[in-house]
Design a protein around this ligand. Sequence first.
Ligand SMILES: Cc1ncc(C[n+]2csc(CCOP(=O)(O)OP(=O)(O)O)c2C)c(N)n1
Ligand SMILES: [Mg+2]
Length: 608
Amino acid sequence: MATLNDASGSDVDREVQTDAPEFIDTARHSPSRKRSSSTRPMTETGERLVEELDAQDVEYLFGYPGGRVIEVLDYIPESDVTMVRPRDEREASIMAEVYGRITGEPGVLAGQGPWIGSLGAIGQMEGRLASSPMVVITEASERGDYSTLAPYQQARGDYGGLDLPSALDAYTKEHWFPRSPTETIRSLQLAFKHATAGRSGPTAVILDGDAVSEEMPTDPVPPVWDGHDQVQNWEARPDAGDVGTAVDALADADRPVIVAGNGVHSAGAYDELATVAEATDAIVTTSYLGKSTFPETHERAAGVIGSFGHEGANQVVSEADVLLVVGSRLNPMDTNWQAPSFIRPDEQTIIHADIDTRNAGWVYPADVALIGDATQSLADLAEALPDDVENDWALDRAAEAKASFDAPECESDASPIKPQRAVTEIEAIVDEDTIVTADSGNNRFWLLNYLQAPDTGTYYGSGGVGSMGWATPAAVSAAITTDRDVIGVAGDGGFTMTMTSVETAVEHGVAPTFVVLNDTSLGMVRQMQDDDGDIAGVEFHDTDFVKAAEAFGAEATRAVTPDELADALETGTASDVPFVIDARIDREEEMVETLQSSFYEQVGGLHE
Ligand SMILES: Cc1ncc(C[n+]2csc(CCOP(=O)(O)OP(=O)(O)O)c2C)c(N)n1
Ligand SMILES: [Mg+2]
């Protein structure tokens, strides 16, 4: 076996030591070398692992070669799995996270330990906090009997090395560090199971030593079960008594309001949400991550709650007598930092539906909790609700609240383009078939406020941990893995971080449109200054995104007027290669002053 365990004797390793490029010493495991060896037992666990990916119907593997993961990639070409290899592990991790978020099936991320634990952390963090199922296949770059001597790149956690298990502990729901081939395959199956068990999130398997290089035993005890049998989950369903209590409150409500969160996306409970909204004659608001769990053009929709959400939605929630919160933790950004006049548990009845009993009633004491999958909880409510529930409040009030989706600047013809107007132009080309991905910074708040999501599953944002640089690889992932039209919107700061993923779109023959809302600065931080120059590091050199995009094989243009932007969007969405629009926006338009919720003042101003 060609590990460093027998480095002194084997021809294979002697060849490696002379040939392997210094910067990827892991090339000792390269397929050609392995195949040149007369026996290749070390490949068998890798082969079995890829068979398991096929058995789990994995469509895509997002990753980057390195270390023991090469032993897995060796078998990918013969499998049904398509490899997506962007330009670094951060992009791969975001692409896997977005696949998980959109499909509800684990997005698979694979790569060498030190980089998956660092560059690849961003997608895992977002997945953990935005409940996106992911399976991470990584490795510890172990070096056999040299492992306790602090070898280069090692990440087993021994003295002198990096501690990858501790890093993964911070990002994942669960992770495994198997010690035998049997454990490796069982761990992979369990990683798939636990990624979607209860609240979804990332899980990881760390490949190591003999556990990936030795042959799989044919009849292990304890056994490795059939992948389909092992990877099953059952949906939790709320208690019937609690459903009854919730139904009584909703049936008697004068001003019922639903707050739909990311749990509705996660469960795909869109139809059930709409059914309950009708059956309770309620207004539907969403959290930020819950945007597009309900069409924002719907007569019952009032928009997004929270500090930079819609004033209309916030007011509606404060006016409710009964609140049904579904799949939202109600974090401080959602709750206007608990402004006293916003959600009031002493005066309002709160029904909190969540898959995780720890989340229900966490932030505000609830009157009743429905613990279960959002689909089940909403379906049980719909079934138990009487037919004649109505009030004379919801439809008129929702129509009024929708005014917050608009502002006079949305019509402005000024150049550079008002960010509100830029969003109006983007909205004009977004339909039910489009997926919009939103980055971090001012750009996402402009988009949140003025883009009315026309249908469910049309808007996804970086909002779990909220990393910049998310929207572009997110758009590429959505374009590769769905047949929808995709628009990625980012600030110039966030776009630059991961613009190399535009090239991945070119490589895969997909054509998302990327809009850079360009204010040549870290706008959100720059606008925190009292005077120019107060905060270091907020201004950017004027990057030529057109040239950069063209270098990757995309098409691109700059837009400095609303008309140019409209034309560019039309050209971009019609193009059969990726299209980057460098939209020059008015950097003086103050996001916080324009969009801040009025409830925010009660809690002493800016918290972020
Ligand atoms: C990776 C990362 N680094 C830093 C931050 C902190 N941060 C949040 S918004 C922002 C400014 C974003 O600038 P840009 O992408 O140009 O968007 P704009 O605010 O100008 O629309 C920064 C630095 C972050 N969220 N993510
Ligand atoms: Mg900017």
